[in-house]
Design a protein. Structure first.
Ligand SMILES: Cc1cc2nc3c(=O)[nH]c(=O)nc-3n(C[C@H](O)[C@H](O)[C@H](O)COP(=O)(O)OP(=O)(O)OC[C@H]3O[C@@H](n4cnc5c(N)ncnc54)[C@H](O)[C@@H]3O)c2cc1C
Ligand SMILES: Cc1cc2nc3c(=O)[nH]c(=O)nc-3n(C[C@H](O)[C@H](O)[C@H](O)COP(=O)(O)OP(=O)(O)OC[C@H]3O[C@@H](n4cnc5c(N)ncnc54)[C@H](O)[C@@H]3O)c2cc1C
Ligand SMILES: Nc1ncnc2c1ncn2[C@@H]1O[C@H](COP(=O)(O)O)[C@@H](O)[C@H]1O
Lengths: 255, 429, 302
């Protein structure tokens, strides 16, 4: 039976990131989550596996911390999970990530489709899917808003800035899906309970034969400073607040 | 059914539910805990101080591993009136030593609850977060399972540990929708500050902490404030009777904001950053608020769902009682010879772990706290009196008795009322 | 030919990227698949314009060949306009070259011969600087660099395509609203909107302001009350109006990312703690159902 892979990333929740007084960042206390759009990717892979009569496999490349994501991912429907557990993931760039994921796809064997989210919530680099495709030398379709299958062909609708493109490709292929693709359902109780019993394959960095040296060096990471006036009218009658606002906007010359 | 039949399903991963699940799992029972929050404690900003004896009763040595904040060595009471404040600080380093474990700690629920839930998982319990229990399943008069996240799940016994105003106990027909006079509304903020700043402002040694109850910050409305020092944050909160707030034409956020801005409170928070804000109900009736029936066949209620909380004015105790009741529920499930005997065994266990005796003993406080003057007039009387005593301007002071009387009269209190409140307070205790 | 290679399916953006390359004091070589664009770009100040010709209508299918071309020519940098297909090609090229890539850089400079980039992370709350060495790929949004002028020769190059993916159909998106990216004033509707009909209060205000109506993601993607092209933010439109006024928008970072270049930001929200107020110049804490109609009336009266 063919396999459909859902690539998902375990990321720090951006709403938990603390900004220190010197505008450096503290990400250590942030909770983890499955990158938002990857929930749609997982759902898309589960649906595609259904349509292709295959099985969906959740695949993630992360630090040992990402282990806690497996149950969450599996509760969303894939039959099994595959976890590349490597400290190197903390420093991985797009090149390393794509190579690691592609190597795992090869190990899993018999893969007909790899589904990625359009962009990860932390990097939003939108490069992983095309890069995986390049490493595997498979066809890639990005910005996918819907997909269907016809034998060994995949027909996808892509959203570009000014048009919708329908393209046809052969399997195996890699796709990156937009969140509009589906509404990733919240897993039910039974799904969550059964997740704990599904098989998980773990790869260590050394198992994959991939060079984990990143191609980019991060030289600084700092909070974006928001410099706005923040004049907020909060007290008093609405009519007065509206008057104050219109007066202020007139003064700014934007009316 | 096979897979889906547990020995017990616990609803709610608060201290009550986890204490129950931990104890059951430790004895090899299959337990499923269902929590609606994304993680244990994520929906719960309440509480701040936790008495450790309860944890030790669940398992000796558990406190040493627990995710706690500061040992409470400074017990404080503060009375506010207008811009004025009176503070009492009872420092007792021995609270730090009882058998090697401090008597009480401040805690953050978002840290403590996940730790405790993790412990239960280590014991073999299954904790599922992010799913709400919507109903109980009843068959032939017995509760046999729950409906959650669109699925049915079965168990020999269902334990409702879903907190105040228990929706599940209502569904099981044990309690009615709560009446507004039986609950107060609590609001709480967690304000981050560096550990050093906290230690300076509250005169604390490292690891030591202060627990402060505040009266007179509610404009005469039944209620009070609290302030707990955590490692690197302050938990500041206030509890109000919602009806009275509405009657005064005020809103909760507004009153809480004013409380924060009080000149005796504001400097304590200066430079801090609010990282969490939340509101929560708290049961107010103490022993009398406990529902008549705490079980049905296949069903137990514990924790604040069962009304196990006492608000004493100088301290709120709900967390320790929740743990005790969870423990009692687990023990009952473990020892009962037949399903029908679980309920009565639970009632016995509630006595054995001393939960009901504690609540009975503290019963009178509810009445004492019912004295309306306690929340406005009396703090003002005290402040007026201190003002008279401490104000020195070169004029000839009145005789002390006259000063006191002047203050009492000035606050439109009659001797009769003072006397009546006094008696009421005494009787209550 | 060594130098900076430039590609964008939007020719104005390609011209801006040539401006960047020349600004770095490097040779600029433009790649394009479009004959008209090639002609126009021959006056962009580039050193060379390569008109690429092959068997596929899908430019993405040339990723592998472009990678070969760059390697062969000794390219220093491949800078690509950050559009849907630009990003796609860029990442494929980087994948085939196994080289560094920075997506949507907010700045690129050469410092001590090394390329230094900045970009946003975590929905726009964090700025990351990276140092890149060797041949690498960077994508850039429109509007970051100035175009220049100057003549260049156009050469045509046959290039092979991966033909496993073919175009079946292409349908233009009929834009229902105006192009938000050039709008002067925008009224933005958030998830606080109760029902579709209530959009009217936004349209009424927009009418007196001469504004376009935009929205947050949920309004378009969950409720489908406005077309997806009308949502603003990191995954939607990035706008830079004189006036942006939001109603019932919480101001999560991914949305705020899209409005940061606005001249004046105004927010109406019932929650005084809503993050949008930190991102705003002016705000009213209040119910939009009361505030907005009153604002419309006040502006009409004036
Ligand atoms: C402002 C305030 C301050 C307080 N301060 C203190 C203090 O300092 N010390 C102290 O000891 N006590 C304090 N209390 C009381 C104390 O917080 C409670 O008594 C205690 O939390 C009760 O524990 P519990 O486990 O019964 O319920 P909770 O802690 O309320 O836990 C119930 C859990 O059940 C979950 N739940 C609810 N419904 C469902 C459902 N349908 N399905 C699934 N899950 C559900 C909830 O999300 C929650 O996690 C305070 C209370 C308030 C309001
Ligand atoms: C990877 C990623 C990319 C994303 N990209 C985008 C993007 O490009 N664009 C985007 O918009 N979002 C994006 N999001 C989603 C974003 O995080 C927020 O969820 C979204 O912007 C919230 O929309 P909202 O403010 O309309 O709704 P909500 O967050 O639900 O806020 C509604 C607000 O309305 C207020 N309110 C309620 N009633 C009233 C009333 N009567 N009057 C006034 N105020 C009221 C509330 O206080 C609240 O603040 C992205 C998320 C992710 C993870
Ligand atoms: N570490 C990772 N593990 C698994 N999948 C990933 C990882 N990083 C990125 N992806 C996938 O690639 C998509 C795009 O990521 P990015 O290119 O970083 O924006 C994500 O939505 C995931 O589907």
């Amino acid at each position: 039976m063919s396999k459909v892979i859902a690539c998902y990333k375990w990321v720090a929740d951006e709403t938990d990131i603390k900004v220190n007084a010197d505008s450096t960042l503290d990400i250590s206390k942030a909770k983890g989550k499955i990158s938002d759009y990857d929930r749609n990717a997982i759902e898309a892979a589960v649906q595609a596996a259904g349509a292709l009569g295959g099985t969906a496999v959740a695949l993630t490349f992360g630090t040992p911390k990402a282990k806690q994501s497996l149950k969450d991912a599996l509760s969303r429907g894939p039959a099994e999970a595959c976890y590349i557990n490597a400290e190197e993931a903390a420093r991985a760039d797009g090149a390393v990530t794509a190579k690691a994921l592609a190597a795992a796809v090869k190990k899993i064997e018999n893969v007909s489709l790899v589904v990625c989210g359009e962009g990860a919530s932390d990097t939003y680099a939108r490069q992983t899917a095309p890069r995986i495709g390049a490493v595997l030398d498979w066809p890639v379709i990005t910005s996918v808003s819907s997909v269907r299958f016809d034998g060994n062909a995949l027909i996808a609708v892509r959203r570009l800035e000014d048009c919708m493109q329908t393209v046809k490709s052969e399997l195996p292929a890699v796709i990156a899906v937009l969140p509009e693709m589906n509404s990733a359902p919240i897993p039910g109780l039974k799904a969550v309970l059964s997740a704990g019993k599904k098989p998980v394959t773990e790869f260590k960095a050394g198992d994959l034969g991939v060079d984990f040296a990143p191609k980019t060096t991060v030289s600084a990471l700092k909070a974006y400073a928001m410099n706005r006036k923040s004049v907020i009218f909060s007290e008093g009658e609405i009519a007065d607040k509206v008057k104050e606002l219109t007066a202020a906007l007139r003064k700014e010359g934007v009316l | 059914m096979g897979d889906e039949n547990f020995d017990a399903i616990v609803i709610g991963a608060g201290p009550a539910g986890i204490a129950c699940a931990y104890t059951l799992a430790k004895q090899g029972k299959t337990v499923l805990v269902i929590e609606r929050g994304d993680s244990a404690g994520s929906k719960n900003v309440t509480g701040g101080r936790f008495y450790t004896y309860a944890l030790e009763m669940v398992d000796r040595g558990l406190t040493a591993e627990a995710a706690l904040e500061r040992k409470v060595t400074h017990e404080q009471i503060m009375m506010l009136s207008g811009n004025r404040a009176i503070s009492v600080d009872y420092y007792d380093p021995s609270f730090n030593r009882v058998g090697g474990t401090a008597q009480s700690f401040t805690i953050l629920r978002a840290v403590f609850d996940p730790w405790f839930a993790g412990k239960a998982e280590e014991m073999g319990a299954t904790v599922v977060c992010g799913i709400r229990v919507d109903d109980v399943i009843e068959k032939e008069g017995k509760i046999v399972g729950v409906i959650a996240g669109g699925d049915e799940m079965y168990a020999n016994v269902v334990v409702a540990a879903d907190g105040v105003n228990s929706f599940i106990a209502q569904k099981a027909g044990l309690i009615k929708d709560i009446e507004s006079h039986a609950v107060a509304v609590g609001v709480k903020e967690i304000i981050e500050l560096p550990a050093q700043t906290i230690e300076q402002r509250f005169n604390l040694k490292s690891e030591e902490g202060a627990a402060r109850l505040i009266l007179g910050c509610t404009e005469g409305i039944h209620g009070g404030g609290f302030l707990y020092t955590n490692k690197e944050s302050i938990s500041l909160g206030a509890v109000f009777m919602p009806e009275e707030v509405a009657r005064h034409g005020r809103s909760l956020p507004e009153m809480f904001q004013e409380f924060k801005m009080h000149p005796a409170i504001c400097p304590l928070l200066e430079g801090g950053k609010t990282v969490e804000y939340g509101g929560h109900l708290v049961a107010e009736e103490g022993y009398r608020g406990i529902p008549k029936k705490l079980y049905r066949e296949g069903f137990l209620v514990c924790g604040e769902a069962a009304g196990f909380v006492v608000n004493l004015g100088y301290t709120i105790r709900g967390l320790d009682l929740a743990v005790l009741s969870g423990l009692a529920a687990a023990k009952a499930i473990l020892e009962a010879a037949s399903p029908a005997k679980v309920g009565p065994a639970y009632m016995q266990q509630l006595e054995a772990v001393k939960l009901l005796p504690i609540m009975r003993a503290l019963d009178g406080f509810t009445d004492a706290l019912d004295i309306p003057n306690l929340f406005g007039t009396y703090p003002k009387v005290a402040a007026d009196l201190f003002q008279k005593l401490y104000a020195v301007d070169g004029s000839v002071p009145d005789h002390l008795r006259k000063q006191i009387w002047g203050v009492v009269k000035g606050n439109k209190l009659t001797l009769r009322q003072l006397f009546a409140d006094g008696i009421r307070g005494m009787k209550a205790l | 030919m060594a130098g900076i290679y430039v590609y964008s399916d939007k020719k104005d953006l390609a011209a801006e990227l040539v401006g960047f390359a020349k600004g770095c004091g490097k040779r600029a070589i433009v790649l394009t698949f479009d004959e008209r664009a090639a002609k126009d770009l021959s006056n962009s100040g580039a050193d060379k314009v390569c008109l690429l010709k092959g068997d596929s209508e899908l430019v993405e299918n040339y990723g592998k060949s472009i990678a070969h071309l760059l390697a062969e020519q000794g390219a220093e940098l491949f800078v690509v306009g950050a559009t849907v297909s630009g990003r796609d090609i860029a990442a494929r090229v980087a994948g085939y070259l196994d080289c560094a890539m920075v997506s949507e850089a907010s700045s690129i400079t050469y410092t001590d011969g090394k390329l230094v980039t900045e970009r946003m992370m975590y929905g726009g709350s964090v700025q990351q600087s990276e140092v890149l060495e060797g041949l690498c790929v960077v994508t850039v949004r429109a509007g970051k660099f100035e175009a220049i002028s100057g003549a260049a020769e156009v050469t045509t190059l046959e290039i092979s395509a991966d033909t496993r993916t073919t175009l079946v159909e292409r349908k233009d998106i009929v834009k229902e609203g105006a192009d938000l990216s050039v709008a002067e004033r925008i009224v933005c509707v958030g998830m606080a909107l109760d029902k579709r009909e209530d959009l009217q209060i936004a349209h009424d205000l927009a009418a007196v302001l001469g504004a376009e109506v935009g929205c947050t993601r949920g309004v378009a993607e969950e409720k489908h009350w406005l077309p997806v092209e009308q949502y603003i933010g990191m995954s939607g439109a990035v706008v830079k109006p004189k006036l942006y006024l939001s109603m019932g928008v919480s101001g999560q970072i991914q949305h705020v990312f899209g409005i940061r270049d606005s001249q004046i930001i105004v927010a109406v929200n019932t929650d005084p703690k809503a993050p949008i107020f930190k991102a705003a110049d002016y705000g009213i804490v209040g119910d939009m159902y009361q505030v907005i109609p009153l604002l419309t009336k006040t502006l009409k009266g004036a």
